[in-house]
Design a protein around this ligand. Structure first.
Ligand code: ADP
Ligand code: MG
Length: 304
């Protein structure tokens, strides 16, 4: 099969590992910078031009789209979908997962545990907002932040009110969330591929920090998930329509609380912590979805 890894940087750990895992399994693979793709639309012939060439010979793409280029990146993924190329992450699911508010609305309706969260339209009633989540300390998050940037812990009511006002003054949209102190600066990342958790790690924030992101100096270790955590991760990925996802959860007395679901989860932390070939699992998922159906599958279908 011919695989395109949509990535801006061929030297990134995740990109290199996906290339390596593809080659190991006998596939042809190429790293394509999605920002250098030109999308061409004409009657019945959607196409993509890349460095003067028509990208018409791929069987599958693996999107690794950074948060800052979601709009263009997802348009490129959608174009591949129009060209009937299989994608590890669908464009709609990619866009959905990048909006923390939309994701939390979907997860809450699915009956999944999450920290109590409020969202308002630049309201000046900060007391109402804070009371709705049980008062300070609270977490205030930019709707489109990532890697822990844009996540603030406000320890008391006054600090929380000023931070909310400051963000609102900048016309930055934020959610306000109960601070789950008992998580102790740790969270769990469950890596889901094709409806199964293929690896999980616990991330611990560095001393004096509440954000466990590895980019913020957190450290990671392998963890065996409880049954409830495993089930929550699988359901969250499913509800957001993601076949490849990094589901982040806090451990609490009420069970797992989902923080977010990442659609381009990094491979370095999870592969190093678990020593599992996660890149290989992603390639196997592509193989299962691009192969011509075998006779046995066809027969099963007829029986059904
Ligand atoms: P980002 O997209 O920037 O990673 P997250 O929502 O995942 O934003 O938050 C970053 C980190 O901050 C989490 O991994 C977790 O360690 C900590 N955190 C986030 N929300 C809460 C919360 N409500 N209570 C306690 N810790 C939190
Ligand atoms: Mg996160």
């Amino acid at each position: 099969m011919r695989i395109a890894v949509l990535s801006r940087n061929a030297d990134l750990y995740s990109t290199k590992r996906l290339v390596e895992a593809s080659e190991l399994r006998g596939h042809e693979v190429e790293v394509i910078d999605h920002l250098k793709c030109t999308i061409v639309m004409e009657k019945n012939r959607p196409s993509i031009i890349y460095k003067g060439r028509n990208l018409d010979d791929f069987d599958a793409v693996i999107p690794r789209i950074g948060a800052s280029v979601t709009f263009y990146g997802s348009a490129v993924v959608r174009q591949f979908e129009m060209m009937k190329v299989f994608t590890a992450v669908e464009s709609q699911a990619l866009i959905r997962s990048r909006d923390k508010l939309r994701s939390l609305q979907i997860l809450s309706r699915a009956g999944l545990g999450l920290p109590k969260t409020v969202f308002t339209n630049y309201s000046r009633d900060t007391d109402d907002i804070l009371n709705a989540v049980g008062g300070a300390p609270v977490i205030i998050k930019l709707l489109e932040g990532t890697q822990g940037l844009g996540v603030v812990l406000a320890e008391n009511q006054k600090a929380a009110a000023s931070v909310i006002e400051a963000f609102h003054g900048l016309k930055a949209r934020v959610i306000v969330q109960e601070f789950v102190k008992e998580a102790g600066g740790a969270d769990i990342r469950a890596f889901v591929v094709n409806g199964k958790v293929v690896g999980a790690m616990k991330r611990q924030a560095k001393e004096g920090e509440f954000r466990s992101n590895l980019h913020r100096g957190g450290s990671s270790s392998i963890i065996k998930l409880k049954r409830s955590e495993n089930a929550a991760a699988i359901l969250a990925a499913k509800k957001l329509g993601l076949s490849v996802a990094g589901v982040d959860m806090l451990q609490s007395k009420r069970g797992p609380l989902i923080l977010e679901v990442n659609s381009s989860p990094g491979l370095e932390g999870i592969e190093k912590a678990t020593e599992i070939d996660i890149a290989g699992k992603i390639i196997e998922f592509l193989e299962a979805n691009t192969k011509k159906p075998t006779k046995r599958i066809q027969k099963d279908k007829i029986n059904a």
